[in-house]
Each structure stands twice: as structure tokens, then as C-alpha cells.
Design a binder for this molecule. Sequence first.
Ligand code: F6P
Length: 322
Amino acid sequence: MKKIAVLTSGGDAPGMNACIRSVIRACAHYNLEVFGIHRGYQGLIENEIHPMTTSSVANIIQMGGTILKTARSMDFMTPEGRKKAHQNLQNLGIEGIVCIGGNGTYTGAMIFEKEFGIPSMGCPGTIDNDLWGTDATIGYDTAINTAMEAIDKIRDTADAHNRIFFVEVMGRHSGHIALLSGIAGGAEGIFIPERGNEFDDIVHLYESKARKKEFSIFVVAEGDEEGRAYEISKRFQAIYPETDCRVTVLGHVQRGGRPTANDRILASRLGAHAVKALIDGRKNEAVGVVNNDIKFTSFQEAIEHKKDIQDNLWVLNTIITR
Ligand code: F6P
């Protein structure tokens, strides 16, 4: 293998730049030519492919977002789109791809390899941490720290006004961010899609407190099955009309910002290992870190499984919110 390319796809996540940097620097180390594909699979189709060198990735390790930009490409889901993408790679003689993203990114890479034999290795990049085959995804640690800092600030004003806050955090189908930021932020209750009956639990808890707390913070994952923060707040207010409830939706603020040290280190490890794996002839696999060791998981397996939240943390949450 002499030439490879790197792309970021799907939702951006803090640490993606550290991963790109690591890929480019590893290519220099192993004497590979390397190209950056802009705007993910869409840029691959539209031939936005540029040579990169070690200096193209100088001074980016501390930056959120992705210097390669990202997209959720509908065209890559069509055979015509993928044909164009393949033609563009052939024209440049690119023989392999490191793709940084989530399940949609892995699926695209897998289909592409099946049709055209271009091998890919994946690096898990999403703030949601819902990818199988790695303890943490790139961006997750930064996102939980961002959410925790927001909760700390909300705590000040909740306390000052004796209010109940419902703080909605991201996690389209998963409660990882809610659970961890809720524990770290000292929330009184956490709503996640992986577990049920949280509303009844918080009502029960609220009733049972000998001394009713003057203010409370509940963290709600946007994907919770009981609804989003506004709906849950309304239900609560209907039962306790005397309470003064407020909702804060943190939204995309959780996707930006300087990556934490953990995210930069994770991303750097994954990027360099993905390059080495391509050189070693591996393909169709995601690189992860499990128990501090590098682990490869086939795209197929990664896509088929959903990573559950850590049950011991859920149990801890039920203990320390008493
Ligand atoms: O998958 C990451 C994520 O940030 C989810 O938590 C969220 O639901 C979604 O992306 C938002 O996507 P978009 O930026 O396309 O609105």
C-alpha cells in the first residue's frame, strides 16, 4: 500500500482533528502518501480530495470540529454515487481509506469495499459513545465535561430561585452522555432510553424525601422513551403545580469545543493504529480501545450491536440520588 486517504463523516466530535493529525503523521512515519477527503463521502463523490503533509495538520490537536469538514451523504447510499467515488480514488491511485465516524460511516465503508475492493479501517467518532467495540468514542469525554460544566452553572441559578431544572443532553438513541454528566453533575434523576420508568422513580423519590429539596436537577437524554425534557417537565409540573420548573436544552454546544486530554489521546491512538492496520492488510474493521488495549471489531459486528450503558453506573446513580 502506497497511498491512502482519510475522511470524517456523520456528526462531528471533538478529537476528530487529533485523529486526522495522527493518521497523517503515521503515514509520514510509514512512508505512505496521504490525501484528505473533504466533506466525508459527499466530497469523495465530488472529488474534493487533496494531498496532505505533516504540516497540513500542525496546530490542530487542540481544535474541535474537523478541518476536513463532514457531511451525511445521501448520494453515497446510491450505486451511482459510489461508482463516482471509486473513479475518483482510482484516478489518484488511492488504495485504502481511514474513515472517522459512526455506524453510518462504517456501513458506507463496508458496502464500498464489497463493491470495489477498497479496504477501509474505521475510527469511532461520535459524542454519543454508542458504538460497539470501544470503551469510549472520540468526542464523548469532551461532551460529558461540557454537559457537566453546564449543569454546574444551572445548579447556581436553580439554587438561587429554588427551581426544578430539566436539562436535556444529546444522545439520539443512547443515554451515555446523560448518565455520566448526570452523575458528575450531581443530578437528582437521570432519564435514559436504555432504562424505563424513570418518571415514576423520580416522583417516588420526590415524595419519599423527608426534607423536600428546595431545588433539583434532572438530566434527560434527548432519546429518552418517556419524551424530551419539555414533555417530562410538563408532566412533573402537572403533578406538583407548586414547583417552579425550567428546561434547558444544551444541544449542539456539546459537539464543539477544545477536546479533553482523554479525547486527544484516544484519537491519536486510534488514528495511528488504523493506518498500521491498513498496511498490515486489515480491512472492514473499526479500531477501538477496550480495557486500555487496542481492539479490532469487524464493521459488521460493530453495526449489529448496540453498546449498553454500564449497568454498575446506573446502579450507582440509583444509590447516590437517594
Ligand atoms: O450522533 C451525534 C449527535 O450529536 C446526536 O447526539 C444528535 O441527536 C445528532 O447528532 C444531531 O445531529 P444533527 O447535528 O445532524 O442535528
